[in-house]
Design a protein around this ligand. Structure first.
Ligand SMILES: Nc1ncnc2c1ncn2[C@@H]1O[C@H](COP(=O)(O)OP(=O)(O)OP(=O)(O)O)[C@@H](O)[C@H]1O
Ligand SMILES: [Mg+2]
Length: 448
């Protein structure tokens, strides 16, 4: 396939002569007369090189180059400029243009410049593909063969290249954190840190210090100055899990970072700037939280620039077998067992179950089965009791579940057992479990 070049210049004569030279050299060439037109064409994708005049009727070549890079970070650029503007051209190179051409330029100069720029583009793109392949083998894998899973990965690939804030929604255990990992690893920020914060796991005051950092003595116990997670995530990605649990004060501060990219550490008047891509996750519907006055509407809109919804496992039954196989291999290896697979009946039962706890519940079921199995395959009897008795479309919540404890059990153990069983019933959803137990979500995290 011939490399594709976009030539942008307001002078028709120059456009046409450049086009002629480049076509003769075997390139695919498109032409645009304004920056706006060029951006529209770039959005459609597929370009390797941008050759643009410095002065355009509706903007300048440098800005156009920046926009092109925002669309496709691998695109190369050559800037054309009049003789009097050489300092500007040098500036263009500093800002990442590959080369500049001074009008009037010779045909050979154009050919050579384009050839070299395209070679650089090719190497950069190849490098990126390699890194991508590498990152995919290094990190945890996202398993999925259903249409829904494929679509999800397509969306993830699309959003990864931009820096827009992403809100991940979906039930507990569907794989939101894994999706956040994938977004980071597929993004141009992949060589910089991915920092994760679970907003529900820390009390308010600590969370604020954790996110934004603090000066020495900012609060009792702040013995030294510390950078917050926002600062640590500079040029990388910050994953904020369970954002729905943020308190009003922290919501305000987060809103400001999203608006201005700036914040003040606790106990400080110093303004810190951080270039951070935010990925937030919630397993409760934030729109409902907004409607009920628990979550700021303005913050919701800032977080909700791109929403990626991870569908529940019961809506992608085709993923159950490959996921079960994946967890089987994983836990067999961890437990030093050799297992061939899962029996037909056991697999059928796995596919019928509604999985209120989604992939996490499936993972635990397989882990448990691997431990229980003495033979070469996982059979029906190795699956959790709830599943074995399952009729096809029957959840676990039909009869009120019971926890039985003998008299004489220490209260602490009763508490632990009750929390664990409640969590099991809610499929690992800590918020719902907390609600059932009549305690705060934070308290569950602390007790865990
Ligand atoms: N598609 C998948 N492929 C492989 N493993 C998966 C997949 N989806 C989820 N998992 C695994 O399932 C478990 C739960 O996933 P994860 O922690 O990402 O869920 P979550 O949506 O963040 O849940 P919660 O809302 O409760 O935090 C993890 O161990 C994860 O590795
Ligand atoms: Mg999670």
């Amino acid at each position: 396939m011939a490399p594709r070049i976009l030539v942008v210049d307001d002078e028709e004569e120059l456009r046409i002569s450049v086009e002629k030279v480049l076509r003769k050299a075997g390139y695919a060439v498109d032409l645009a007369g304004t920056a706006a037109q060029a951006v529209e064409m770039l959005r459609r994708g597929g370009y390797h090189l941008l050759v643009t005049d410095f002065r355009l009727p509706d903007g300048d070549g440098l800005e156009l180059m920046r926009q092109a890079r925002a669309i496709d970070p691998d695109i190369e650029a050559i800037v054309i400029t009049a003789f009097g503007n050489v300092p500007l051209a040098v500036d263009a190179i500093k800002q990442g243009a590959y080369d500049f051409l001074i009008k009037p330029f010779k045909r050979a100069e154009l050919e050579r410049g384009v050839e070299r720029a395209l070679e650089k583009q090719r190497l950069a793109a190849e490098n990126r593909r390699l890194k991508l392949a590498l990152s995919q083998t290094e990190g945890p894998q996202f398993i999925g063969e259903s249409d829904a899973a494929r679509k999800l990965m397509q969306v993830v690939e699309q959003v990864a290249s931009s820096s827009a804030t992403v809100l991940l929604t979906g039930e507990s255990g569907t794989g939101k954190e894994l999706v956040a990992d994938a977004i980071h690893r597929l993004s141009p920020r992949r060589d910089n840190p991915l920092i994760k914060v679970n907003c529900a796991a820390l009390p308010e005051t600590l969370l604020e210090a954790e996110l934004f950092g603090h000066e020495r003595g900012a609060f009792t116990g702040a013995v030294g100055r510390r950078d917050g997670r926002f600062a640590l995530a500079h040029r990388g990605t910050l994953f904020l899990d369970e954002v729905s649990t943020l308190t009003p004060a922290v919501q305000v501060k987060l809103l400001r970072v999203l608006q201005d990219g700036a914040f003040e550490p606790l106990g400080s008047t110093r303004t810190v700037r951080a270039d951070v891509r935010l990925v937030a996750a919630s397993n409760v519907d934030l729109a409902v939280e907004v409607a009920q006055g628990r979550f700021r509407e303005d913050l919701f809109y800032r977080l909700n620039v791109i929403t990626v919804t991870v569908p529940p496992l019961r809506e992608r039954v085709d993923d159950i077998a490959p996921l079960a196989q994946h967890f089987l291999r994983l836990y067999a290896a961890r437990n030093g067992k050799h297992l061939d697979g899962i029996s037909r009946q056991a697999l059928a039962r796995l596919q019928q179950w509604r999985w209120p706890g989604n992939v996490r519940e499936l993972e635990h079921a397989i882990e448990r089965a691997v431990v229980m199995t003495t033979g070469p395959t996982i059979e029906l009897q190795h699956l959790p009791e709830a599943l074995r008795g399952a009729r096809p479309d029957n959840g676990a919540a039909d009869e009120a579940p019971v926890v039985r404890v003998p008299i004489g059990t220490p209260l602490e153990d009763v508490e632990r057992l009750l929390i664990r069983e409640t969590l099991r019933q809610t499929g690992g959803n800590k918020r719902r479990a907390a609600h059932l137990l009549g305690i705060a979500t934070r308290t569950i995290y602390r007790k865990l």
